[in-house]
Design a protein around this ligand. Sequence first.
Ligand SMILES: Nc1nc2c(ncn2[C@@H]2O[C@H](COP(=O)(O)OP(=O)(O)OP(=O)(O)O)[C@@H](O)[C@H]2O)c(=O)[nH]1
Ligand SMILES: [Mg+2]
Ligand SMILES: [Zn+2]
Length: 205
Amino acid sequence: MGAPDFKPGLIDRYLVIAGANAIPAVVVINKSDLADASPARELYRKLGIPVFLTRASRGPDEDGVRELGRFLLGKTCVVAGQSGVGKSSLINALFPSLTARTGAVAMAGHGRHTTTSAVAYRLPGGGQLVDSPGVRECAITGLSALAVALQYPEFAACQPLCRFTNCTHLHEPDCAVRAAVAAGTISPSRWESYRSIVTEDLAAT
Ligand SMILES: Nc1nc2c(ncn2[C@@H]2O[C@H](COP(=O)(O)OP(=O)(O)OP(=O)(O)O)[C@@H](O)[C@H]2O)c(=O)[nH]1
Ligand SMILES: [Mg+2]
Ligand SMILES: [Zn+2]
């Protein structure tokens, strides 16, 4: 596996924040040369979220980079994610006339961030793309457990079958969400990110 590790909990937090603020989001899995990205691609596609697999280091002609470039035209988007995943490299590959600064992945300790502040680039064909500094983690605040659960479409589909209408899907008996996790129809990584947001992020505030 290439550094940094794929972090589904971070992706799910971005999706919750975007969804709760009515901001459309897509998932980009860069460095698809370093690991098999298809399980993650299938997971998010099934949830109705567009997924792009890219190899920014291959440059502007790589299929995923081209596909993402077409999608971005005319839109205003922010590229967000962990440090070292290749956000700036991706911007350079997408639009070679822009020159976002990139750097080697920091190997130890707290890491080094190559991009240190958000920079907005005007796209040649219209729209804007904002490069942002990498994050190590992202905590959700200001939402209720039920509001978080609403941002998990596969949970919302099960919710009517839970015994309690205000089920938090954490400890209640006859919870259809936990039953779906046990049956393998809801991804364990999705339930784990939900559990972590509600019992760790929300509880800390
Ligand atoms: N193997 C591989 N390496 C890549 C790919 N894309 C970028 N890299 C490398 O990953 C490293 C980090 O790239 P950056 O673009 O600086 O990462 P970043 O996400 O902008 O990092 P921060 O600005 O710190 O948040 C660089 O050494 C890139 O050359 C890719 O598709 N495959
Ligand atoms: Mg960067
Ligand atoms: Zn439930």
